[in-house]
Design a protein around this ligand. Sequence first.
Ligand code: 5GP
Length: 238
Amino acid sequence: MEKGELVFDGNEKQIFATGEPDKVIIRYKDVGTAFNNIKRAVFHGKGVLNNAISTITFEALRDAGIKVHFIESISDREQLCLKLEPVPIQVTCRNRIAGSLARILGVEEGLKPQGCILDLRYNNDDLGDPVINDDQAVALSLVTAEELRHIKSVACKSNEVLTELFGRAGIELVDFKMEFGRNAEGELIIADELSPDNCRLWDARTGEKMDKDRFRLDLGNVTGSYAEVLDRLKKTKR
Ligand code: 5GP
């Protein structure tokens, strides 16, 4: 696939055009950012690890019949993906209360709700990605009510698939953030990545954090933990 011009240079990923109008190449960088870009560092090899992990998670979702933008990994840090129009909503699926929700609710990290909790954020850097509810998302025309129902159903199904995938590797999927985009037909498809950068992953036996919280909370061994996630996923791959 011919790699065309750089069309988007993000903090952690770049997007390149291709010879086909409906496809792009996404390149994973080694940069890590947190707290709306306030914190930033380079982790050598992170992009390669996230490309490999995201390939496994996207393939698991696709095998379960869920539509994802990922087509194939084409180099150690690049994926060929569908070109989508981003939907400016972040959907977080939580199997335990941790991170921002633990802070907002004033509870210790780890509280396990009965089902999963779905949160929405308005993807808007200037506003700091505020939490919004369904009515607000529809009022802003970010999505229709019907699209929101579809997004939530896809998020719940994806949670089941990914919980099982990581569970086999001895890793608990505590929460994860998904983003969606629309193709030319207006179909909603999972975009972005699903890696330790946007999933909270705890060692199922020890509870040790194996995700970006190692960077956010200055716990060290960021790439070592990502490499351990990949290694375990590879060993349990069916
Ligand atoms: P929280 O809202 O608790 O901070 O994060 C919930 C989940 O979404 C976590 O798995 C976290 O990694 C992911 N997440 C939240 N905000 C961002 C963000 O701006 N970028 C990325 N990559 N992941 C995020």
